[in-house]
Design a protein around this ligand. Structure first.
Ligand code: UDX
Length: 445
C-alpha cells in the first residue's frame, strides 16, 4: 500500500531514508529548516556525496514521489507516517542534545492532520521516544491519534544506499500494534529479518550495536599495540582468532582509532546514560579511552625515530575519518595533524576529497598539496591516515623517488610488510614488526 510519508530532517539519515521510501513507491515530503538546502534539493542537487543517491533522488523527483519543504505545516499535512531524522549532537558533557527532536515533536503536535505513526530514526537515549510521545500528546489536537515507534538506522557513510536496501535486520520498537503493522508493511520489500520489540529495547539496540563495534576496534587496537612490543603480527593474530566463528574477522582492522559521526558520539552518550543511572559502563568508558589514545601512538613513533620534529617536512596522506567521504568529524587526522603542528613540523597534507573541508578546520601550519606526489616531494616522513585507494595504491618506489627520507608511518596498514622490506623502505605500521630499511637495528627500541 502506498503511503503519504513525511521525513523531518533532510540530513544524512533523513535524506537517504526519504529517497529510499520514495523508491519503494511512497509519496515523501522531507522537511528541513535550512531553506538553502531545501532549494538545492528541490533542484535535484545533493548537499552530501553518497554513492548512488543522486540518481535515485533525480528519478523519484521526476516521478513526483519526493519533494522538499522548509514549512512543517505543508510537509506534515495529511502524513500517515512521520519519520524523525534530526540530529542529536553531543552536549559538552557527552550527553545527547535533544532540542531538535523536541522541536520536531512540537511541529508534529501542531500540524499533523490525521492518525499517524511517528517513527524515530534519530539515535536517542533510552526513554526518549516515550518523552516524544508526551511532547506530542501535550500539544496535539484531541481527536488525532498518534502512535510512536523506534526504528533505528544502521547505515554506514559511503555505502548508505546499499545498506538501506540490504539491511542485516530491521528493528521496530513500539507499544502500538497499529505502528508495528504499518512499519512491517513498509519494510517488507527490504526482505530482512524484523526484530519486533518495545521502545526502550529498540533504543538500546542502536547504542549497544555501535558500542559493541567500537569496542571491537579498541580491542584489536590494544592487542595490536601489545603485539608490536612482543614482535607478533596483528594480521596473523586477527586471522587466527577470527576463524573462530564466535569471534569473526569483521571489524577487527587495527589502526589509529574510529572516528565519524556515530561511534564517538554514541559511545560517549551511552556512557553518560549509564552514569545517570549509577551504572558505570566500564567497558564502554575504556573503549573511548583506548580510542582517544590511539592516534598519538603514531606520533610517538615519529618522536622516537627523529628525536625532534621541528622543521621536519611531514607529508600527511588522507584526512577524512574513512575513505569514501569528506567527513572530518572526529577524524583521527585532527589530533595527528595538530600534534605534528604543535611539534613544529612542516605539515603538507593531501586528501582526494576532504581538503576543502580540512582547510576550514586547520588554521595555521598546514599546507595542502594537489596530489600525492606533490605532498611526498622532499618530505622527511609520511603519515598515512586514511586508506583511500589513491593512497594505498601508491607504488613503494614512489616514496623512495620523491621523499627526502622515505620513512613511512602507516596508520591503516595499507601495505604488506614483506613488500616494504623488499623495497628497503623504513616502514612503521600498527601491530606489525617494523621494517627499518637501510638501518641496521630498530630505531624505535
Ligand atoms: C558506523 C556504523 O557502521 C553504522 O552501522 C552506524 O549506523 C553509524 O556508524 P560509519 O561511521 O559510517 O558507520 O563508518 P564505519 O565504516 O562503521 O567506520 C567507523 C570508524 O571505524 C572509521 O573511522 C573506521 O576507520 C573505523 N574502523 C572500522 C576501524 O578502525 N577498524 C575496523 O575494523 C572498522
Amino acid at each position: 500500500m502506498t503511503r503519504k510519508i513525511a521525513v523531518v530532517g533532510a540530513g544524512y539519515v533523513g535524506l537517504v531514508t526519504g529517497v529510499a521510501l520514495a523508491q519503494l513507491g511512497h509519496y515523501v515530503t522531507c522537511i528541513d529548516v535550512d531553506t538553502t538546502k531545501v532549494d538545492q534539493l528541490n533542484r535535484g542537487e545533493l548537499p552530501i556525496y553518497e554513492e548512488g543517491l543522486r540518481e535515485l533522488l533525480l528519478a523519484n523527483r521526476e516521478a513526483g514521489r519526493i519533494s522538499f519543504t522548509a514549512h512543517p505545516k505543508r510537509g506534515l499535512r495529511s502524513a500517515e507516517v512521520i519519520y524523525i531524522a534530526v540530529g542529536t549532537p553531543p552536549k559538552e558533557d557527552g550527553s545527547a542534545d535533544l532540542r531538535y527532536v523536541e522541536s520536531a515533536a512540537y511541529d508534529i503536535a501542531s500540524y499533523a492532520t490525521q492518525e499517524c505513526v511517528v517513527v524515530c530514526k534519530s539515535t536517542v537515549p533510552v526513554g526518549t521516544n516515550e518523552q516524544v510521545l508526551q511532547w506530542i500528546e501535550k500539544e496535539k489536537k484531541e481527536d488525532i491519534k498518534v502512535h510512536i515507534a523506534s526504528n533505528p538506522e544502521f547505515l554506514r557513510q559511503g555505502s548508505a544506499v546499499y545498506d538501506t536496501f540490504h539491511p542485516d535486520r530491521i528493528v521496530i520498537g513500539s507499544n502500538s500494534s497499529y505502528a508495528w503493522d504499518v512499519l512491517t508493511e513498509i519494510n517488507a520489500p527490504f526482505e530482512a529479518p524484523i526484530v519486533k520489540t518495545d521502545l526502550a529495547s529498540a533504543e538500546m539496540i542502536k547504542y549497544a550495536a555501535n558500542a559493541f563495534l567500537a569496542m571491537k576496534i579498541s580491542f584489536v587496537n590494544e592487542i595490536a599495540n601489545l603485539s608490536e612490543k612482543l614482535g607478533a603480527n596483528i594480521e596473523d593474530v586477527v586471522s587466527g582468532i577470527g576463524k573462530d566463528q564466535r569471534i569473526g574477522e569483521a571489524f577487527l582492522r587495527p589502526g589509529i582509532g574510529y572516528g565519524g559521526s556515530c561511534f564517538p558520539k554514541d559511545t560517549k552518550a551511552l556512557s553518560h546514560l549509564g552514569s545517570d543511572f549509577m551504572e558505570r559502563l566500564r567497558l564502554i568508558e575504556t573503549t573511548v579511552e583506548v580510542n582517544d589514545m590511539q592516534p598519538s601512538r603514531l606520533i610517538q613513533k615519529a618522536i622516537k625515530r627523529y628525536g625532534d620534529l621541528a622543521g621536519k617536512r611531514m607529508a600527511v596522506l588522507g584526512l577524512s575519518f574513512k575513505p569514501g567521504t569528506d567527513d572530518m568529524r572526529e577524524a583521527p587526522s585532527l589530533s595527528i595533524v595538530n600534534g605534528l603542528v604543535d611539534l613544529n613540523a612542516e605539515v603538507v597534507a593531501y586528501d582526494p576529497v576532504a581538503m576543502e573541508r580540512a582547510a576550514t578546520i586547520f588554521e595555521e601550519g598546514v599546507d595542502f598539496a594537489s596530489s600525492v606526489e606533490e605532498a611526498l616531494t622532499g618530505a622527511d616522513g609520511v603519515f598515512i591516515l586514511t586508506e583511500w585507494p589513491v593512497i594505498k595504491n601508491i607504488a613503494p618506489d614512489v616514496y623512495a623517488a620523491r621523499m627526502n627520507q622515505p620513512i613511512i608511518f602507516d596508520g591503516r596498514n595499507c601495505y604488506g610488510i614483506e613488500e616494504m622490506k623488499e623495497a628497503k623502505l623504513e616502514y612503521y605500521s600498527i601491530g606489525r614488526p617494523p621494517q627499518f630499511g637501510q638501518l641496521i637495528s630498530n630505531p624505535l627500541t
